[in-house]
Design a protein around this ligand. Structure first.
Ligand SMILES: NC(=O)C1=CN([C@@H]2O[C@H](COP(=O)(O)OP(=O)(O)OC[C@H]3O[C@@H](n4cnc5c(N)ncnc54)[C@H](O)[C@@H]3O)[C@@H](O)[C@H]2O)C=CC1
Ligand SMILES: N[C@@H](CC=O)C(=O)O
Ligand code: NA
Length: 450
């Protein structure tokens, strides 16, 4: 028998073990089994009792995951974990907002079982209803791994900062995107190449478009914003843009202008509501967050009394994510229970984030234009008409063959604006894109100066 059974894992306390049933033995599930075994003595001592894996549910019995599952009960149907008499805590590591993951968590809570999950999609979309279920059942629903992998982001916002009025929360919330953009900037490697590497390293979601289209970061932002502002934020109201539109040219121009490009999630309290958005941003190179590279995430929080703080750490991957799941298990073993949204769900309603037209930012624009007289005047006239004022402009000379196959040569034109209303920027961009001298779609990236 392997070390998976109750007798195989040390804890050294003599207390009854906390028995774990894991659904999903992929990157995080297998990582959790390795961590609970490798660190059994530490985990057992801190939990006050051994924490042991008694049951698992996964799809492929034959796959080599580098873990010995002898002595562990295997369920082909993950839902069986909700009622397995040898399971005290159900750990959901399958993923997805719907389907089996949602059914398992719902059924386990209804059966009065504590649940730990790393599933940000599930919590972001159904967190309000699941919190109510957990509260009715009087059992914990924990999800530290769901936001920023190994960074204790949930604990920090919900518990460490529980006494403060938080006004801003966000940061670099997707390891895959940060990994891709760092590699593209540092080594000029192609997007698809680096994405494949991030997948092989276990960073990406099962469907990596969830990462590159910004959805994963938006799930995490919705959760953080809900915790920070004391009300779940409707996920569908979060403004989301991913990194597919970021060109190597933008990474290079950003550098020339003294910026780095990062996919940021940003939520803040305003007098008229809550802003919650995920999109690429130009960040001044000297800001600490600009230096957070690779798979690392950064979580930024700002509160009235605490001021600003930033946590940095690995946001994805087997080891960091497993530590977050295991920390939740230790909390459950210790009897530490915190309400899902940091307060009772009684009277708790979802809040809609403000629409994009309400944003007020500085903007970087990159246009590909025919290199002919009057183009800049035409573009700046449109910006003037919409009340957008320019801060700086970069025009690169014509390269040897930059015609892109067209008869007339073209050049990139980069404009940086002062702070302006996004509704004005959107209207100006639509007109600029329609100018005869402008080729293709202009690129627009917001600037986050702090
Ligand atoms: N990989 C990472 O770095 C992080 C992942 N997460 C979250 O953790 C969860 C798991 O992610 P990964 O381990 O990366 O995914 P994965 O795709 O490596 O593993 C998921 C596993 O679930 C299994 N599965 C699918 N349907 C099943 C079913 N009906 N019954 C039993 N097993 C089933 C799949 O075969 C797969 O092995 C997701 O919610 C993800 O968003 C959270 C933080 C970081
Ligand atoms: N796919 C996610 C994994 C962690 O949440 C990421 O890349 O950040
Ligand atoms: Na975390």
């Amino acid at each position: 028998m392997g070390t998976g059974g109750t007798g195989g894992q040390a804890g050294g306390t003599g207390a009854a073990p906390l028995r774990i049933g894991i659904a999903g033995l992929g990157t995080v599930g297998a990582g959790l089994v390795k961590l609970l075994r490798g660190n059994a003595a530490i985990v057992g001592a801190r939990a006050g009792r051994p924490v042991v894996v008694t049951s698992v549910a996964a799809r492929d019995r034959t796959r080599d995951r580098g873990i010995d599952l002898d002595g562990v009960t295997w369920h082909d149907d993950a839902l069986a974990l909700a009622h397995d008499p040898d399971v005290d805590v159900v750990v959901e590591l399958i993923g997805g907002a719907e389907g089996i993951a949602r059914r398992l968590v719902t059924e386990a809570l209804r059966a009065g079982r504590p649940v730990v999950t790393a599933n940000k999609a599930l919590i972001a979309v159904h967190g309000a209803e699941l919190a109510a279920l957990a509260e009715q059942a009087g059992v914990p629903l924990m999800f530290e791994a769901a936001v920023a992998g190994g960074i204790p982001a949930i604990k920090t916002v919900r518990e460490g900062l529980a006494a403060d009025r938080l006004n801003r929360v966000g940061g670099i919330l997707n390891g895959t995107c940060n990994y891709i953009m760092t590699a593209m900037r540092e080594s000029g490697r192609a997007f698809a190449d680096v994405l494949a590497e991030a997948q092989a390293l276990g960073y990406a979601e099962a469907d990596p478009s969830t990462d590159v289209d910004g959805i994963d970061a938006a799930h995490k932002l919705a959760i953080l914003a809900g915790l920070a502002f004391g009300r779940p934020v409707a996920f569908s109201s979060v403004h989301v843009e991913g990194i597919r539109g970021i060109d190597a040219l933008d990474l290079a121009f950003a550098q020339t202008l003294g910026y780095r490009i990062k996919l940021l999630g940003l939520a803040r309290r305003r007098e008229d509501g809550i802003e919650a958005r995920v999109h690429p941003c130009l960040v001044p190179e000297k800001m600490p967050i600009a230096q957070v590279d690779g798979v690392f995430n950064a979580v930024l929080v700002e509160g009235a009394f605490v001021g600003r703080l930033m946590l940095e750490g690995r946001g994805a991957g087997e080891g960091p994510t497993a530590t977050a799941v295991a920390a939740d298990l230790i909390d459950i073993a210790r009897g530490n229970a915190v309400p899902v949204w940091g307060r009772s769900t009684d009277g708790l309603t979802q809040v809609e984030a403000l629409p994009r037209t309400a944003f007020h930012e500085e903007y970087y624009l990159r246009l590909q234009v025919h290199d002919r007289p009057g183009v800049i005047a035409d573009v700046t006239a449109v910006l003037r008409d919409h009340g957008v004022s320019l801060r700086s402009m970069l025009q690169h000379g014509r390269a040897a063959d930059d015609s892109g196959g067209a008869d007339e040569p073209s050049v990139p034109l980069v404009l940086v604006t002062h702070r302006t209303q996004e509704s004005a920027m959107m209207a100006a961009l639509a007109r600029i894109a329609a100018l005869p001298a402008v080729i293709g779609e202009p690129a627009m990236i917001r600037i986050e100066a702090g």
